[in-house]
Design a binder for this molecule. Structure first.
Ligand code: GTP
Ligand code: MG
Length: 161
C-alpha cells in the first residue's frame, strides 16, 4: 500500500512521568517491552497510526528537531509539578522550538492513582492557556493500562496531516 508519511516526535517530561510506558503502549503488542526500566540518555522508538509513521525520541533533554512534541506529566506528583512547569517553560523558550508552530500533546499521566490531579488542574498549574502560538491538547492517561493514549495520538495525527 501507500507508504505512510514519516513524522519525528520528541517525548519529553520529568523522569518517572511515564514517557517510556506511553511509547511502549503505542507500539504493536508483539513489539512491546515487558519491563520498563528508567531510560538512560535517550532511546529511539517507532509506532504507526492509520496514516502516519512516527519516530519518537524518548528522552529527558530537549532541543532536537522534531515535528511534534509529546510532553508527559505525572499527575500524582504534586511536589514536582512546579519542576515540570519549569521544564516546559525551558522547552517553550528553546530556540529550536520557540518560533515554530509545532503541536504539543500533553499527557496528564497516572490518572489511575488516587491522588492524581485532573487534566484541567494540571493544565492550570502548567499555565497551558498561555501557549498561544502552538496547537496543544491535554489528555488524561493511564499508560500502564493504555487508557487515554489513543485520543491523544488521534489529535496529533490530525495536527500533522
Ligand atoms: P525516565 O526514563 O526515568 O525518564 O522515566 P519515564 O518517564 O520513561 O517513566 P517510565 O515509563 O519508566 O515509568 C516510570 C514508572 O511509572 C514505572 O514504574 C511505570 O510503570 C509507572 N507508570 C507509568 N505510567 C503510569 C500510569 O499511568 N499509572 C501508574 N500507576 N503508573 C505508571
Ligand atoms: Mg524512560
Amino acid at each position: 500500500g501507500l507508504k505512510k508519511k514519516e513524522v519525528n516526535v520528541l517525548c519529553l517530561g520529568l523522569d518517572n512521568s511515564g514517557k517510556t510506558t506511553i511509547i511502549n503502549q503505542l507500539k504493536p503488542s508483539n513489539a512491546q517491552a515487558q519491563d520498563i526500566v528508567p531510560t538512560i540518555g535517550f532511546s529511539i522508538e517507532k509506532f504507526k497510526t492509520s496514516s502516519l509513521s512516527f519516530t519518537v525520541f524518548d528522552m529527558s533533554g530537549q532541543g532536537r528537531e522534531g515535528q511534534a512534541i509529546i510532553f508527559v506529566i505525572d499527575s500524582s506528583d504534586k511536589l514536582r509539578m512546579v519542576v515540570a512547569k519549569e521544564e516546559l517553560d525551558t522547552l517553550l523558550n528553546h530556540p529550536d522550538i520557540k518560533h515554530r508552530r509545532i503541536p504539543i500533546l500533553f499527557f496528564a499521566n497516572k490518572m489511575d492513582l488516587r491522588d492524581a490531579l485532573s487534566s484541567v488542574k494540571v493544565s492550570q498549574l502548567l499555565c497551558l492557556e498561555n501557549i498561544k502560538d502552538k496547537p496543544w491538547h491535554i489528555c488524561a492517561s493511564n499508560a500502564v493500562q493504555g487508557e487515554g493514549l489513543q485520543e491523544g495520538v488521534d489529535w496529533l495525527q490530525d495536527q500533522i496531516r
